[in-house]
Every structure is written in C-alpha cells, then in structure tokens.
Design a protein around this ligand. Sequence first.
Ligand code: ATP
Ligand code: MG
Length: 440
Amino acid sequence: MRLTEFFMPTLKENPNEAQIVSHRFMLRAGMIRQSSAGIYSWLPLGHRVLKKIEQIVREEQDRAGAQELLMPTIQPAEIWRESGRYDDYGKEMLRITDRHDRDMLYGPTNEELITEIFRDSVRSYRDLPKMLYHIQWKFRDEVRPRFGIMRGREFLMKDCYSFDLDYDGARRAYNRMFVAYLRTFQRLGLKAIPMAADPGPIGGDMSHEFMILAETGESEVACHINLLDLDIDLMGLDPKGDMQSTVDSLTSYYAATDEKRDPAIEAGLGDDLTVARGIEVGHIFYFGTKYSVAMNAYVNNEKGDKVAIEMGSYGIGVSRLVGGIIEASHDDDGIIWPEAVAPFDAGIINLRSGDEKCDAASEEIYLKLGNAGKDALIDDRDQRGGVKFADMDLIGLPWQIIVGPRGLENGVVELKSRASGEREEMSIDAALNKLTGSVG
Ligand code: ATP
Ligand code: MG
C-alpha cells in the first residue's frame, strides 16, 4: 500500500475527548472515527487490526473444536421473554419495534438465540457435545460509554456456547475454552491472567475473567505474583485433550476480580500479592441448565430419560482487544504493534520521494516484501523526514526501512525496530533477509 493512496486520516493534535492512550492513538492514527456516543466506524488501518485479531480468535476457537456460525444482530423479544431476561436486562438493551408492531431488539448477547436454534434441532445425546460460536456485533446501551472502543455501545464480540449432557462434559468444554483463551491472548502478544469471577446465581468455581493489567483498567484486581510470569507450554498441548491438570495448576494461585476479592487471603499472601488495574478482554462462564430449563431445551440420554442440556458461554471482546493491546504496548510516540496483529508488517520510509534512486529502491523493497508474503506500507508522500518518522512511529508497524539518498550512495538502508528503537544500517538484501528470512 502506498501512503499517497491509503485512506489514513491522521490527526496532528491530541483530540480533547480522548482520556486514555489507546483512544488517543487510535484517533490520531486514523484507525476509527466516532459516529455517535460509543459507536464507531473502523477506518482501513483500524479495520486491518480488527480483522487480524478476529482471525486469531477464530483459529483458536476452531482448534478447540468449536464450529463457527453467524447469528443475526436483531433478535425477537419473544425468546428473551421465555428466558425471563427481557425485563431483567433493563435499559442496556436497545429495543426496537418493527412495522408490524413486533418487539425486536439489537442483541447484547446470544444465549437465547443459540438455545432456540439448538433445541429445535437436537433431540438425542448422540448429538452432544457441541460448541458453537460466532463473531458478531453486539449492542449494549451502556450508561457511560467511554475510552473509545474499550467501552463502546456497539462492539464486536466472539461468543461461543457449549452444549453437554452432564456436568463432567460441561467442565471439559470449559477447560478447553480456558486453554484456548490463554493461547489466543498469547498469540496476540498479550499477557492475560485468568481470574476468578462472579459466577452468578449458579455458584461454583467455573467463571473466569481474563484480565490484562494496565493502569487504565476499569477495575481493581488482585493476584499472586507468580501468575505474572508463568511459563507453561500451551502450544504443545493437545487442544482436544484433557486440560484439567493445566487448568488446575493455573487456578491454584489466587487471582480475583474486584467482586471476588478476599481480604483474608490477600493478607496471608503478603509480598506475593499484586494489586493492579485490569481490562477484561474475555469471560468464560458455566451456567448449567439455566437457559435449557427456561427454554425447554432437552435431549434424551442413553437410558431414554429427558435431561436438560448443560451449557456454558465464552466471550472475547474482539474490538476491545484493539484498545487493550495498545494500552499494553505503546510509548510516548505511538503504538507498538505485536507482529501478529500489526496492520502492515513493515513501513518503508522514502526520505526523498521523487528522487529516482530512492523511489526505485523503495519500490524494489516493497515488491520483494510482497513476494515474500509481507505486507508493507510505503510512505511515498512529498513530506519532510520528520513528519514521516513521526507518523510511522505513531502507527506502530513493527519494522521501518528507511531509504535515503546518502545511504543509497553507500549501498545501504536503515532498518529500525519499532519496539526496541534500534536502527541498523545494512544492504537492501540484508534488510529483506532479516524481515522475510530469505534473500529477496
Ligand atoms: P464489563 O464488565 O466490561 O461491562 P461484561 O462482563 O458485561 O463486561 P461480557 O458479557 O462478559 O461483558 O462480554 C464478553 C466480553 O465482551 C467482555 O469480556 C469484554 O471484553 C467485551 N465487552 C463487554 N462489554 C463491552 C463494551 N461495552 N465495549 C466493548 N467490549 C465489551
Ligand atoms: Mg464479563
């Protein structure tokens, strides 16, 4: 992509409305634009990141054995009346009436709809277990939408639902999702800590929120310091195997979200305790037969008895993650994208656009990176170097290749790592080699 052609409306000034760094940088880098309170358009740069995150989330759901489907954003009120949540949900639910006076709503979540689909199609224990998920926009009319896309009203969520015959099955599904979440966040370049969360009326220990620690987190959380740099080999685990021991070893340490904190345990931990602010990026939740009983979702078991389906739900805030990653990875100059989610793999800064040699070298690098499957953004604008450096640092691509007339005289370009700030002069081939692992 050429910057002269790319739609990336950056801002020079810090926007007044942005209170936290991710919101500020997302607006300044031209990733999003607010449409109304808590509702955003995703411009090309932001959209690329959103799609990359979505894809990693998808791959790990698939790997855990969940199947993707797509449910609509608009739902009938009827099924929410069946579950009893139509009134309970209160003002956060956006209620709509269609031309035939039917009550509809913009879905804040999908337990009811998936339960309806499942109960209408499944009769026998032979059809279980199943895990179904979708990645779809949700709407919650939050009282205080804020921090840009971190607490929006319209936001993108991955929500998965598990269906099992009994508690043991539900526990296996829960554990698989637990590990799939850790893998997902690890691949996104994040340290997300599973913390005991409020299980609601069902009780038990099967509710965890995955928190990333950042000063701008909305809630205060506490955990054992060992969880901060726990090193377990998640990538080597069999995604469909028994995860109980892995989950047990992780949950053996104290880790609690605000409503689950225990002063007595915390006092006992002494120096082993960390208290920090956290951003909730995921939530997994076992709720037993709450919806299946209310909505009449039963199957026949092996003995021919009718049993209510055991369910769980598993959410990831896909759009919130974009902000969460920035909160966890930035400096004063801008964003520092982890390679896995960067909107482009590298930026090429042509210090003298219009100069024959600089243009040719920049183009050569661009083409060869493309051939090697790397996406690059060339800054080919007729601008001063300072402006180009600042913009490239702001948008945070992992690598910058700086092409200037003086370097080219000596047959070199500069390769800069955004994360470390290190700059190194080398030949074009060496730079390509470093970025692609093979000579271009
Ligand atoms: P919160 O406590 O932050 O309001 P929640 O517990 O109501 O969130 P869940 O129903 O567990 O949220 O939704 C699953 C995930 O969706 C959350 O872990 C979070 O990452 C994301 N999410 C929830 N609400 C919002 C929102 N208003 N804007 C962006 N992402 C959200
Ligand atoms: Mg939650």
